[in-house]
Design a protein around this ligand. Structure first.
Ligand code: F6P
Length: 319
Protein backbone atom coordinates (compact mmCIF):
# COMPACT_ATOMS: atom_id res chain seq x y z
CA UNK A 1 0.00 0.00 0.00
CA UNK A 2 1.46 3.30 -1.16
CA UNK A 3 1.07 5.97 1.55
CA UNK A 4 3.75 8.55 0.85
CA UNK A 5 5.90 9.36 -2.18
CA UNK A 6 8.87 11.67 -2.60
CA UNK A 7 9.91 13.60 -5.70
CA UNK A 8 13.12 15.32 -6.69
CA UNK A 9 14.80 17.04 -9.62
CA UNK A 10 18.45 16.30 -10.31
CA UNK A 11 21.18 17.33 -12.76
CA UNK A 12 20.78 20.39 -14.99
CA UNK A 13 17.36 22.01 -14.61
CA UNK A 14 15.02 22.19 -17.57
CA UNK A 15 11.86 24.18 -18.33
CA UNK A 16 8.81 22.05 -17.59
CA UNK A 17 10.18 20.42 -14.45
CA UNK A 18 7.68 22.44 -12.40
CA UNK A 19 4.79 21.24 -14.55
CA UNK A 20 5.93 17.66 -13.83
CA UNK A 21 6.19 18.36 -10.08
CA UNK A 22 2.69 19.83 -10.18
CA UNK A 23 1.25 16.81 -12.01
CA UNK A 24 2.95 14.34 -9.66
CA UNK A 25 1.68 16.23 -6.60
CA UNK A 26 -1.91 16.58 -7.74
CA UNK A 27 -2.22 13.05 -9.15
CA UNK A 28 -0.82 11.56 -5.96
CA UNK A 29 -3.03 13.65 -3.66
CA UNK A 30 -6.07 12.71 -5.75
CA UNK A 31 -5.16 9.05 -5.06
CA UNK A 32 -4.95 9.68 -1.30
CA UNK A 33 -1.13 9.54 -1.31
CA UNK A 34 0.96 12.01 0.70
CA UNK A 35 3.65 13.91 -1.21
CA UNK A 36 7.05 15.10 -0.08
CA UNK A 37 9.23 17.44 -2.14
CA UNK A 38 12.93 16.69 -1.77
CA UNK A 39 15.17 19.72 -2.17
CA UNK A 40 18.34 19.77 -4.31
CA UNK A 41 18.25 16.32 -5.86
CA UNK A 42 20.02 13.29 -4.41
CA UNK A 43 21.99 15.58 -2.08
CA UNK A 44 18.76 16.56 -0.34
CA UNK A 45 17.55 12.96 -0.38
CA UNK A 46 20.64 11.89 1.57
CA UNK A 47 20.61 14.91 3.90
CA UNK A 48 16.86 14.77 4.63
CA UNK A 49 15.86 18.09 3.06
CA UNK A 50 12.20 17.05 2.82
CA UNK A 51 9.17 19.35 2.55
CA UNK A 52 5.52 18.16 2.73
CA UNK A 53 3.62 19.21 -0.41
CA UNK A 54 -0.06 20.21 -0.59
CA UNK A 55 -2.15 21.09 -3.64
CA UNK A 56 -1.33 24.74 -3.02
CA UNK A 57 2.43 24.06 -2.93
CA UNK A 58 2.34 23.82 -6.70
CA UNK A 59 -0.09 26.67 -7.40
CA UNK A 60 1.19 29.27 -9.86
CA UNK A 61 4.15 27.11 -10.89
CA UNK A 62 3.18 25.70 -14.28
CA UNK A 63 4.45 28.71 -16.20
CA UNK A 64 7.72 29.09 -14.31
CA UNK A 65 11.09 27.87 -15.56
CA UNK A 66 13.74 26.20 -13.42
CA UNK A 67 12.66 23.87 -10.63
CA UNK A 68 10.95 24.88 -7.42
CA UNK A 69 12.65 21.91 -5.73
CA UNK A 70 16.16 23.05 -6.65
CA UNK A 71 18.63 20.73 -8.32
CA UNK A 72 22.16 19.48 -7.81
CA UNK A 73 24.55 16.87 -9.14
CA UNK A 74 25.78 14.23 -6.69
CA UNK A 75 28.12 11.80 -8.49
CA UNK A 76 28.87 10.12 -5.11
CA UNK A 77 25.33 8.75 -5.05
CA UNK A 78 26.61 5.73 -6.97
CA UNK A 79 28.79 4.81 -3.95
CA UNK A 80 27.10 2.12 -1.87
CA UNK A 81 27.56 3.94 1.47
CA UNK A 82 25.98 7.18 0.16
CA UNK A 83 23.16 5.25 -1.52
CA UNK A 84 22.41 3.34 1.71
CA UNK A 85 22.37 6.59 3.66
CA UNK A 86 19.70 7.74 1.20
CA UNK A 87 17.67 4.52 1.51
CA UNK A 88 17.70 4.79 5.31
CA UNK A 89 16.76 8.46 5.21
CA UNK A 90 13.72 7.66 3.04
CA UNK A 91 12.68 4.91 5.49
CA UNK A 92 13.11 7.28 8.43
CA UNK A 93 10.62 9.69 6.77
CA UNK A 94 8.19 6.90 5.79
CA UNK A 95 8.64 7.48 2.05
CA UNK A 96 7.59 4.34 0.16
CA UNK A 97 8.43 5.35 -3.41
CA UNK A 98 9.95 8.13 -5.46
CA UNK A 99 9.64 10.04 -8.73
CA UNK A 100 12.88 11.57 -10.02
CA UNK A 101 13.22 14.01 -12.91
CA UNK A 102 16.53 14.49 -14.71
CA UNK A 103 19.02 13.02 -17.13
CA UNK A 104 20.76 9.68 -17.35
CA UNK A 105 22.76 10.10 -14.11
CA UNK A 106 19.43 10.68 -12.36
CA UNK A 107 18.07 7.52 -14.02
CA UNK A 108 20.93 5.40 -12.69
CA UNK A 109 20.31 6.68 -9.15
CA UNK A 110 16.64 5.73 -9.46
CA UNK A 111 17.53 2.26 -10.69
CA UNK A 112 19.93 1.72 -7.79
CA UNK A 113 17.31 2.84 -5.25
CA UNK A 114 14.73 0.50 -6.76
CA UNK A 115 17.19 -2.39 -6.45
CA UNK A 116 17.47 -1.47 -2.77
CA UNK A 117 13.73 -1.75 -2.22
CA UNK A 118 12.45 1.79 -2.96
CA UNK A 119 10.34 1.80 -6.11
CA UNK A 120 11.37 4.70 -8.34
CA UNK A 121 10.07 6.11 -11.59
CA UNK A 122 12.28 8.42 -13.66
CA UNK A 123 11.11 11.22 -15.96
CA UNK A 124 13.35 12.64 -18.72
CA UNK A 125 14.09 16.23 -17.68
CA UNK A 126 16.86 17.77 -19.76
CA UNK A 127 17.16 20.31 -22.55
CA UNK A 128 19.63 18.03 -24.36
CA UNK A 129 17.09 15.48 -25.68
CA UNK A 130 19.80 12.89 -25.07
CA UNK A 131 17.71 10.21 -23.36
CA UNK A 132 17.10 7.19 -25.52
CA UNK A 133 13.69 5.54 -25.92
CA UNK A 134 11.76 8.81 -25.79
CA UNK A 135 11.06 11.06 -28.75
CA UNK A 136 11.42 14.16 -26.58
CA UNK A 137 12.65 15.13 -23.13
CA UNK A 138 10.99 17.74 -20.91
CA UNK A 139 12.62 21.10 -21.65
CA UNK A 140 13.96 20.39 -25.12
CA UNK A 141 11.17 22.22 -26.94
CA UNK A 142 11.53 25.34 -24.79
CA UNK A 143 15.32 25.40 -25.16
CA UNK A 144 14.94 24.94 -28.91
CA UNK A 145 12.57 27.92 -29.03
CA UNK A 146 15.12 30.00 -27.11
CA UNK A 147 17.92 29.01 -29.48
CA UNK A 148 15.80 29.77 -32.53
CA UNK A 149 14.81 33.18 -31.17
CA UNK A 150 18.48 34.03 -30.51
CA UNK A 151 19.78 32.76 -33.85
CA UNK A 152 17.05 34.63 -35.74
CA UNK A 153 18.29 37.80 -34.07
CA UNK A 154 21.90 37.01 -34.89
CA UNK A 155 20.89 36.47 -38.51
CA UNK A 156 19.53 40.05 -38.71
CA UNK A 157 22.79 41.62 -37.61
CA UNK A 158 25.04 39.15 -39.39
CA UNK A 159 23.14 39.87 -42.61
CA UNK A 160 23.57 43.62 -42.20
CA UNK A 161 27.34 43.34 -41.74
CA UNK A 162 28.37 40.58 -44.17
CA UNK A 163 29.40 38.45 -41.21
CA UNK A 164 29.52 34.82 -40.31
CA UNK A 165 27.97 34.07 -36.90
CA UNK A 166 29.42 31.01 -35.23
CA UNK A 167 26.90 30.04 -32.54
CA UNK A 168 27.53 27.49 -29.81
CA UNK A 169 24.49 25.66 -28.44
CA UNK A 170 24.26 23.20 -25.56
CA UNK A 171 23.59 19.48 -25.93
CA UNK A 172 26.16 17.58 -23.89
CA UNK A 173 27.44 15.22 -26.64
CA UNK A 174 24.04 15.20 -28.36
CA UNK A 175 23.48 17.26 -31.52
CA UNK A 176 19.69 17.55 -31.30
CA UNK A 177 19.52 21.20 -30.22
CA UNK A 178 21.95 22.00 -33.05
CA UNK A 179 20.25 20.03 -35.83
CA UNK A 180 16.71 21.12 -34.90
CA UNK A 181 17.76 24.77 -34.60
CA UNK A 182 19.90 24.51 -37.75
CA UNK A 183 16.89 23.39 -39.76
CA UNK A 184 14.58 25.90 -38.05
CA UNK A 185 16.88 28.87 -38.64
CA UNK A 186 18.14 27.97 -42.10
CA UNK A 187 21.74 27.77 -40.90
CA UNK A 188 24.45 27.25 -43.52
CA UNK A 189 26.73 24.89 -41.60
CA UNK A 190 26.32 22.49 -38.68
CA UNK A 191 29.05 21.11 -36.46
CA UNK A 192 27.85 18.45 -34.02
CA UNK A 193 29.08 15.23 -32.41
CA UNK A 194 27.35 13.47 -35.31
CA UNK A 195 29.02 15.50 -38.10
CA UNK A 196 32.44 15.72 -36.42
CA UNK A 197 34.69 18.74 -37.01
CA UNK A 198 36.89 19.38 -40.02
CA UNK A 199 38.06 23.00 -39.90
CA UNK A 200 39.34 23.11 -43.48
CA UNK A 201 36.03 21.68 -44.80
CA UNK A 202 34.09 24.37 -42.91
CA UNK A 203 36.25 27.18 -44.31
CA UNK A 204 36.04 25.71 -47.80
CA UNK A 205 32.23 25.56 -47.59
CA UNK A 206 32.09 29.20 -46.46
CA UNK A 207 34.29 30.26 -49.39
CA UNK A 208 32.01 28.29 -51.72
CA UNK A 209 28.89 29.98 -50.29
CA UNK A 210 30.56 33.36 -50.68
CA UNK A 211 31.29 32.62 -54.32
CA UNK A 212 27.63 31.69 -54.72
CA UNK A 213 26.75 35.22 -53.58
CA UNK A 214 25.90 34.60 -49.92
CA UNK A 215 26.22 37.82 -47.95
CA UNK A 216 26.32 36.21 -44.51
CA UNK A 217 26.32 32.80 -42.91
CA UNK A 218 25.25 31.06 -39.71
CA UNK A 219 27.30 28.17 -38.34
CA UNK A 220 25.68 26.25 -35.48
CA UNK A 221 28.07 24.32 -33.29
CA UNK A 222 27.26 21.83 -30.52
CA UNK A 223 29.20 22.53 -27.35
CA UNK A 224 32.34 20.45 -26.68
CA UNK A 225 33.01 19.83 -30.39
CA UNK A 226 35.24 22.80 -31.22
CA UNK A 227 36.28 26.20 -29.92
CA UNK A 228 33.82 28.66 -31.49
CA UNK A 229 35.99 31.71 -30.76
CA UNK A 230 38.99 30.16 -32.51
CA UNK A 231 36.80 29.12 -35.44
CA UNK A 232 35.31 32.63 -35.80
CA UNK A 233 38.83 34.11 -35.85
CA UNK A 234 39.87 31.61 -38.49
CA UNK A 235 36.81 32.51 -40.58
CA UNK A 236 37.88 36.18 -40.52
CA UNK A 237 41.36 35.26 -41.72
CA UNK A 238 40.57 32.55 -44.26
CA UNK A 239 37.28 33.70 -45.86
CA UNK A 240 35.69 36.95 -46.99
CA UNK A 241 33.31 36.90 -44.01
CA UNK A 242 34.07 38.59 -40.70
CA UNK A 243 33.60 35.87 -38.07
CA UNK A 244 31.84 36.50 -34.78
CA UNK A 245 31.36 33.90 -32.05
CA UNK A 246 28.35 33.70 -29.73
CA UNK A 247 28.05 31.20 -26.91
CA UNK A 248 24.39 31.00 -25.94
CA UNK A 249 25.20 29.19 -22.67
CA UNK A 250 22.79 28.88 -19.76
CA UNK A 251 20.20 31.22 -21.26
CA UNK A 252 19.07 28.03 -23.06
CA UNK A 253 18.10 26.43 -19.76
CA UNK A 254 15.86 29.24 -18.50
CA UNK A 255 12.51 30.73 -19.37
CA UNK A 256 8.87 29.85 -19.14
CA UNK A 257 8.21 26.35 -20.53
CA UNK A 258 6.53 26.13 -23.93
CA UNK A 259 2.97 24.74 -24.02
CA UNK A 260 4.39 21.51 -25.53
CA UNK A 261 6.74 21.07 -22.59
CA UNK A 262 3.98 21.86 -20.08
CA UNK A 263 1.71 19.23 -21.61
CA UNK A 264 4.49 16.65 -21.96
CA UNK A 265 5.58 17.16 -18.35
CA UNK A 266 1.99 16.99 -17.08
CA UNK A 267 1.32 13.74 -18.96
CA UNK A 268 4.58 12.20 -17.78
CA UNK A 269 4.11 13.31 -14.15
CA UNK A 270 0.64 11.76 -14.00
CA UNK A 271 1.92 8.55 -15.63
CA UNK A 272 4.71 8.25 -13.04
CA UNK A 273 2.22 8.20 -10.17
CA UNK A 274 -0.05 5.73 -11.99
CA UNK A 275 2.94 3.39 -12.36
CA UNK A 276 3.84 3.63 -8.68
CA UNK A 277 0.22 3.00 -7.69
CA UNK A 278 0.34 -0.13 -9.88
CA UNK A 279 3.43 -1.28 -7.97
CA UNK A 280 5.90 -0.63 -10.80
CA UNK A 281 9.44 0.49 -9.96
CA UNK A 282 12.71 0.88 -11.86
CA UNK A 283 10.94 2.23 -14.92
CA UNK A 284 11.32 5.47 -16.86
CA UNK A 285 8.55 7.29 -18.67
CA UNK A 286 8.84 8.18 -22.35
CA UNK A 287 6.80 9.58 -25.22
CA UNK A 288 6.73 7.64 -28.47
CA UNK A 289 4.47 8.54 -31.37
CA UNK A 290 2.54 10.80 -28.98
CA UNK A 291 1.85 7.95 -26.58
CA UNK A 292 3.13 8.02 -22.99
CA UNK A 293 4.78 4.72 -22.22
CA UNK A 294 7.28 3.29 -19.75
CA UNK A 295 10.21 0.89 -19.94
CA UNK A 296 12.80 -0.49 -17.52
CA UNK A 297 15.53 2.06 -16.77
CA UNK A 298 18.14 -0.62 -17.40
CA UNK A 299 16.81 -1.07 -20.93
CA UNK A 300 16.75 2.68 -21.58
CA UNK A 301 20.31 3.42 -20.40
CA UNK A 302 21.78 0.62 -22.49
CA UNK A 303 19.98 1.53 -25.74
CA UNK A 304 22.23 2.59 -28.63
CA UNK A 305 21.95 6.17 -29.77
CA UNK A 306 19.12 6.48 -32.26
CA UNK A 307 19.91 7.41 -35.81
CA UNK A 308 19.54 11.06 -36.84
CA UNK A 309 20.79 10.63 -40.42
CA UNK A 310 17.48 11.69 -42.00
CA UNK A 311 17.68 15.04 -40.17
CA UNK A 312 21.22 15.67 -41.43
CA UNK A 313 20.25 14.70 -44.99
CA UNK A 314 17.35 17.14 -44.81
CA UNK A 315 19.62 19.88 -43.49
CA UNK A 316 22.09 19.35 -46.34
CA UNK A 317 19.33 19.40 -48.94
CA UNK A 318 17.97 22.73 -47.66
CA UNK A 319 21.21 24.76 -47.55
O1 F6P B 1 22.46 18.67 -19.35
C1 F6P B 1 22.09 20.00 -19.48
C2 F6P B 1 23.28 20.88 -19.69
O2 F6P B 1 22.83 22.21 -19.83
C3 F6P B 1 24.17 20.51 -20.89
O3 F6P B 1 23.63 20.94 -22.10
C4 F6P B 1 25.47 21.17 -20.51
O4 F6P B 1 26.55 20.49 -21.08
C5 F6P B 1 25.49 21.04 -19.01
O5 F6P B 1 24.16 20.82 -18.59
C6 F6P B 1 26.05 22.27 -18.30
O6 F6P B 1 26.13 21.97 -16.97
P1 F6P B 1 26.31 23.05 -15.81
O7 F6P B 1 25.02 23.79 -15.66
O8 F6P B 1 26.64 22.25 -14.61
O9 F6P B 1 27.40 23.98 -16.27
Amino acid sequence: MLRKIGMLTSGGDSPGMNAAIRAITRTALANGIEVVGIRDGYKGLVEGWYVPFERSSVSETIASGGTILGSARLPEFKNEDVLMKGVNRLKEYGIDALVVIGGDGTYRGADALTKHGVNCIALPGTIDNDIEGTDYTIGFDTALNTVVECVDKLRDTSNSHHRCSVVEVMGNHCGDLAIYSGISCGAEILITPETGYDEEAVLEKLRYLENQGKKHAIVIVSEKVCDVKALADKVSVATGFAGRATILGHIQRGGSPSPSDRVLASRMGAKAVELLVAGVGGHCVAIRNNEIISMPIEECVSMPRSNRKAFYRLFDRLV
